[in-house]
Ligand binder design. Structure first.
Ligand code: GLN
Length: 533
C-alpha cells in the first residue's frame, strides 16, 4: 500500500443538477466506513471569490465552516454525511485561484515569466487540491469539480485533473457522473449523451475510471456493456445511480453497486471487510417509519428556491428522526404575510421557524410571524435574522417601543434594539467581512437551550453583522425575554428566550450548519419535540 494520499475526482457530464455532491458524499461515507479517513473538496468554476456575496437564488444557501469560510452548500452535505468538519481549504473558486496567482505576480514571484493559464493557473489549482492531502490527516481526498464537462469555465480544472493523473498515475482516479435519459415515446434508456460526454472528457485528455449513471430506470447488463465498450471503462465500473427516495439512501445504493470497492481497487488500496453502516441504517429505518407527523412552518423570503434553506430543512429531517416523527415543512413566503392573513397561513402549523436573511424584503412578515407565535404560544425558533425579528417584535409589542427596529433597515431608528456590531463599524467591503465561523456561547442553567444541549458551554457558527443592543437588555429581561446564551468573552447576546412560552427560542448563531446524520442538532430536536405536543 502506498503511503501517499489518494485523490478521487468527481466530474459531471450531460447536464448540471445530477447530484455530484451527494454521490461524492456517499462515496466518502463508504470509504470512511471502511476505515479510510476521507475528506471532500469542492472546486467551483465561477469568478466570485466565495459564494458569500451571492444571492441565494443563484446557488442556494451559503454554508459556513467552523473556521469561518463562506462556502458552497455541497459542503453541508459533506459534513452531514461524514460528521467531520470542513474548512477554508475544502472550497475553492476560480476567483480565489486567480486572486492568489495575481497577488503572486504582483510580488514578483514568477520572476518575470509570462503568467498563463497553463502552468500558473493549473499549478495553483493542483496546489489547492493537494493542500488537504499534504496535511497528512487524510488517506483519501475526493475533489468535486463544479459545473459540467465542456463548460469553458471548467476547462482549467479538467486540465489540472489531467496533469494530476499523469503525474500521480497510481494515486488518482476520475469518477464521471452522467445522465442516461429515458425517452418515454421510445420506451428506452438512451446512452448517447453519456457517450458524448465521455468523448468530451477524452478530448481534454481525461479517461474516466468509473461512470456513475443517473437514471430513472434499471440499467440492465446490455446497456452497461454498451456504455463500457463505448467509454473504455470496465463493465463493473459502470455504476447505476438510480433516483432515490431520500438522499440518505444513496450511500447504501452505491454500496450495492460496489462503488467504494471498485474505487479502492483502482487506487490499489485494500478493501478490508464491507462495512455494516449500522448507525446509518438505523437512521434510515427511523426516517422511513415515523409514528407521527409534525408540520413546521418555515418563514423566509427565498422559499421559491428550497436550496436557499438546505441546512435548515436537512436539520429538520434529522430532528424528525430523533423524535420518530415525519417533519413536513410548510414553506411560507415572508413577503406575503400580513396581520390579516397570518392566522390563515399558520393553519395546521405545529411550530414555526423564522429563517436567517438580509435586507428589508419580507421583514414585516417575519415580525408578524413572531407576534403570532408569541401570542398563540406556538413553538417558535428564530435563527439569526429570525432571532433579531423576535427581539424587534418583543420591543414593539411588549415593551411599547413602537419604533424598535434593526439599524440594518432603519439606520437612525429611535429604538435600535438590534445594532451594528462595534467591530463592523469601519468595514465597507461586503465579501468575507461578517462575524463568521465558530464562537463559544455560555448558556444559562435551567433555560430551554441549556436543557436542549444538556451542557452550559457550546460552540456554534455565525454569519452576521448586527447584534442585540445591550443597552436594552435590562428592560427585556425584566419583562420576560431573557438572554440565555452569551459569548463568554464579549458578553454578546447569542440566545434569547421567553420562559413563560412553551418553546420560544431565538439564536444569533446558525445551529443548522452543525446538524449531521450521526449527530442531529439538539436545538432542532428540542424544537420539533416541543412542536409535537
Ligand atoms: N442580516 C442580519 C445580520 O447581518 C442577519 C444575518 C443572518 O440572518 N445570517 O446581522
Amino acid at each position: 500500500m502506498s503511503n501517499s494520499t489518494k485523490y478521487i475526482f468527481v466530474t459531471g457530464g450531460v447536464t448540471s443538477s445530477l447530484g455530484k455532491g451527494i454521490i461524492a458524499a456517499s462515496l466518502a461515507k463508504l470509504l470512511q466506513a471502511r476505515g479510510y479517513s476521507t475528506t471532500i473538496q469542492k472546486l467551483d468554476p465561477y469568478i466570485n471569490i466565495d459564494p458569500g456575496t451571492l444571492n441565494p437564488y443563484e446557488h442556494g444557501e451559503c454554508f459556513v465552516t467552523d473556521d469561518g469560510a463562506e462556502t458552497d452548500l455541497d459542503l453541508g452535505h459533506y459534513e452531514r454525511f461524514l460528521n467531520v468538519p470542513t474548512s477554508q481549504a475544502n472550497n475553492v473558486t476560480t476567483g480565489r485561484i486567480y486572486q492568489s496567482v495575481i497577488e503572486k505576480e504582483r510580488k514578483g514571484e514568477y520572476l518575470g515569466k509570462t503568467v498563463q493559464v497553463i502552468p500558473h493557473i493549473t499549478d495553483e489549482i493542483k496546489e489547492r487540491i493537494q493542500i488537504l492531502g499534504k496535511k497528512g490527516t487524510y488517506d483519501i481526498v475526493i475533489t468535486e469539480i463544479g459545473g459540467t464537462v465542456g463548460d469553458i469555465e471548467s476547462l482549467p480544472y479538467v486540465e489540472a485533473v489531467r496533469q494530476m493523473k499523469w503525474e500521480h498515475e497510481d494515486d488518482c482516479i476520475v469518477v464521471h457522473l452522467t445522465l442516461i435519459p429515458y425517452l418515454s415515446a421510445a420506451g428506452e434508456l438512451k446512452t448517447k449523451p453519456t457517450q458524448h460526454s465521455v468523448k468530451q472528457l477524452l478530448e481534454l485528455g481525461v479517461q474516466p475510471d468509473i461512470l456513475c449513471c443517473r437514471t430513472e430506470h434499471e440499467l440492465d447488463l446490455t446497456l452497461r456493456k454498451k456504455i463500457a465498450k463505448f467509454c473504455n471503462v470496465n463493465i463493473n465500473a459502470v455504476i447505476e445511480a438510480r433516483d432515490a427516495e431520500s438522499i440518505y439512501d444513496v450511500p447504501l445504493l452505491m454500496q450495492d453497486e460496489n462503488l467504494d470497492k471498485i474505487a479502492l481497487d483502482k487506487l490499489n488500496l485494500p478493501a478490508k471487510s464491507t462495512p455494516e453502516l449500522k448507525n446509518w441504517k438505523e437512521f434510515l429505518t427511523r426516517l422511513k417509519n415515523p409514528t407521527s407527523e409534525t408540520t413546521i412552518g418555515l418563514v423566509g423570503k427565498y422559499v421559491e428556491l428550497k436550496d436557499s434553506y438546505k441546512s435548515i430543512s436537512e436539520s429538520l429531517i434529522h430532528a424528525g428522526v430523533v423524535n420518530n416523527t415525519k417533519v413536513n415543512v410548510h414553506w411560507i413566503h415572508s413577503d406575503k404575510l400580513t396581520s390579516d392573513n397570518i392566522s390563515k397561513e399558520m393553519e395546521g402549523v405545529d411550530g414555526v421557524l423564522v429563517a436567517p436573511g438580509f435586507g428589508s424584503r419580507g421583514i414585516s412578515g417575519k415580525i408578524e410571524t413572531v407576534r403570532y407565535a408569541r401570542e398563540n404560544k406556538l413553538p417558535f425558533f428564530g435563527i439569526c435574522l429570525g432571532m433579531q425579528c423576535a427581539v424587534i417584535e418583543f420591543g414593539r409589542n411588549v415593551l411599547g417601543l413602537t419604533d424598535a427596529h434593526t439599524t440594518e433597515i432603519i439606520e437612525d431608528c429611535a429604538s435600535p434594539v438590534i445594532d451594528l456590531m462595534a467591530e463592523q463599524k469601519n468595514i465597507s467591503n461586503l465579501g468575507g467581512t461578517m462575524r463568521l465561523g465558530a464562537y463559544k456561547c455560555q448558556l444559562t442553567p435551567g433555560s430551554k437551550v441549556y436543557k436542549a444541549y444538556n451542557t452550559d458551554l457550546i460552540s456554534e457558527r455565525h454569519r452576521h453583522r448586527y447584534e442585540f443592543n445591550d443597552s436594552f437588555l435590562k428592560q427585556y429581561e425584566e419583562n420576560g425575554m431573557k438572554a440565555t446564551g452569551k459569548n463568554p468573552e464579549s458578553g454578546l447576546v447569542e440566545v434569547v428566550e421567553i420562559s413563560e412560552h412553551p418553546w420560544f427560542v431565538g439564536a444569533q448563531f446558525h445551529p443548522e450548519y452543525k446538524s449531521t446524520v450521526a449527530n442531529p442538532h439538539p436545538l432542532f430536536a428540542a424544537f420539533v419535540k416541543a412542536s409535537m405536543k
